[in-house]
Design a protein around this ligand. Structure first.
Ligand SMILES: NC(=O)c1ccc[n+]([C@@H]2O[C@H](COP(=O)([O-])OP(=O)(O)OC[C@H]3O[C@@H](n4cnc5c(N)ncnc54)[C@H](OP(=O)(O)O)[C@@H]3O)[C@@H](O)[C@H]2O)c1
Length: 332
């Protein structure tokens, strides 16, 4: 692959939003490494996507310990790309990682105990070769670790210089609010709350977004396309190269239900009338609320990424469009 020299006008190509009450700004799109960047994936395409993202102003990269497969390999691949292409731009990029899901055997390789969080962050730093993460998240509330224990571990990572900010992901409402209180009182307010938010996951995303906004936390949305269901790819069956067909894909074929496919077809006509693809409209729909700091894209290739980027050109919806969208979604 040729040497990389970034596009000098990359910052003008992007739109920016502040994270809650912090002054930190993020690009409206971040790049996610959950799928498509692991050891089973095409490293050339992964490198090209990172370059295209950075050239387009996407300087925010979302990792986690377990992203792959193999678990850990997305962080390793990010590290390889970073060392070759982005090391000179470390202060221009915003890299996250997370711990909380199963990563290594035994009681300390899963969940949100202090032991797991601190050990996992050390491992993630080694895999990526970074000296620090910009934000480190608790990936989930595990149902048994006291929120205080997990949050104190995040606070300590920040104090130790291993992360600049702390964040939470997928916390249920009660624990979400407890986390905000603990982090604020420790002087490390929650910079970002990361939740699933898309047209097929409206209620949970909106509730989390309102809670975050009320407490000054920024909000970063994941799976904005419902893993591909909010595109036109499943309208005529399950394509061979799609996430639902791949053995390593998290989307199960059973989740491609006739109701969702029918809704996608109807939503597609509204998208068409807006001059957007369904995927672009679905991304724009998440961005229509200015409280959303950034949306994490999960493209499989450069052409998907290029098309998704155009969504930011029109994120305004008329009342009548929103009503039509709601009535389609209410039928599912
Ligand atoms: N905190 C958490 O627990 C959590 C959970 C999930 C995700 N995340 C983060 O959020 C990121 C994004 O999640 P996601 O991958 O589920 O996002 P997504 O955007 O909902 O789904 C990505 C998939 O949609 C399809 N797609 C994307 N752009 C397309 C386009 N223009 N046309 C047609 N199909 C398109 C591709 O499917 P095909 O492969 O079928 O082409 C792609 O693999 C992850 O990488 C991760 O960083 C965090």
């Amino acid at each position: 692959m040729k040497d990389y020299s970034p596009n000098p006008s990359r910052y003008d190509a992007m739109k920016w939003r502040r994270c809650g009450s912090s002054s930190l700004r993020l690009p409206v799109f971040s790049l996610g490494f959950w799928h498509n960047f692991g050891s089973v994936d095409d490293f050339g395409e992964a490198t090209a996507m990172v370059r295209l993202a950075f050239d387009s102003g996407i300087c925010s990269f979302d990792l986690a310990n377990n992203y792959g497969p193999q678990p850990g390999s997305a962080e390793e691949n990010f590290g390889r790309i970073f060392r070759k292409d982005l090391a000179a731009h470390r202060d221009e990029i915003f890299v996250s990682s997370k711990a909380g899901h199963l990563m290594w055997p035994g009681p300390y390789g899963d969940g949100s105990s202090r032991k797991s969080i601190i050990a996992s962050c050390e491992q993630s730093l080694r895999r990526t070769g970074l000296e620090y993460f910009d934000i480190f998240y608790s990936h989930r509330y595990d149902g048994e670790t006291p929120v205080e224990e997990t949050m104190q571990a995040l606070v300590d990572l920040v104090r130790q210089g291993k992360a600049l900010y702390a964040g939470i992901s997928k916390y249920p409402p009660l624990q979400q609010m407890q986390a905000y209180r603990y982090l604020s009182s420790a002087g490390v307010p929650c910079l970002l709350s990361q939740y699933c938010y898309n047209m097929f996951a409206r209620e949970e995303g909106e509730a989390a977004l309102e809670n975050a906004a009320a407490k000054g936390s920024g909000f970063i949305a994941f799976s904005p396309l419902s893993q591909g269901l909010l595109t036109d790819k499943y309208l005529h069956g399950i394509p061979e190269d799609s996430r639902a067909a791949r053995p390593t894909g998290f989307l199960q074929a059973g989740q491609v239900t006739p109701e969702k496919v029918a809704a996608a077809a109807k939503l597609g006509s509204i998208a068409e009338s807006r001059g957007q693809s369904l995927a672009q409209m679905a991304l724009a729909w998440v961005l229509r609320d200015e409280k959303v700091s950034s949306v994490i894209l999960g493209p499989r290739n450069c052409s998907q990424l290029e098309s998704n980027l155009k969504a930011m050109d029109n994120t305004v919806f008329s009342e009548s469009e929103l009503q039509k969208i709601d009535s389609i979604l209410n039928e599912i």
